[in-house]
Ligand binder design. Structure first.
Ligand code: 5GP
Length: 138
């Protein structure tokens, strides 16, 4: 399967779909997951059209990792979870549902139950508040 420009993250990158932004530079965009597994669930994507990690040019590696670590540290400060999960899926068989490479940053703690995907779309105002807390703790 080749990269399909009609995927939702491609539309977010082109500005044709909205997102609640957390961090952006020339290489990456980070934004709130619209169906969070737990409060603060953030996604980091490269500004490079690839469906998965296997095809990502290495020049993006440091930018993705820097952003992921920065957001994970902020999530740790904001929510004080016992764990922070970094998740990245390649291919439908691996559970991937949106075919533009992305890294999930998800706080984990007892009582915050994790299912592979959530189907509950969050209120955008709630997402904006959570995004601001993360941004304020960079
Ligand atoms: P995957 O299963 O591909 O690793 O994760 C895709 C993620 O994208 C899911 O956690 C899902 O909630 C999220 N998602 C799906 N559609 C949208 C959308 O339109 N906007 C945002 N911000 N996240 C989305």
């Amino acid at each position: 399967m080749s990269y399909n420009d009609q995927n939702i993250f491609s539309k977010i990158l082109s500005g044709d779909a909205e997102c609640v932004k957390v961090l952006e530079n020339d290489f990456i965009l980070a934004f709130m997951d619209v169906m969070p597994q737990s409060p603060g669930h953030t996604l980091v994507i490269p500004k490079y059209k690839t469906k998965d990690f296997l095809e990502l040019p290495p020049k993006y590696f440091p930018h993705i990792l820097d952003a992921t670590q920065k957001i994970a540290r902020s999530i740790k400060k904001v929510y004080s979870p016992s764990g922070v999960m970094i998740l990245q899926l390649n291919g439908a068989e691996a559970g991937q549902t949106v075919f533009h490479l992305h890294f999930h940053i998800i706080q984990r703690a007892e009582g915050l139950n994790y299912q592979f995907h959530s189907s509950k779309v969050s209120d955008p105002e709630v997402l904006k508040k959570e995004a601001q807390k993360i941004i304020d703790n960079f």
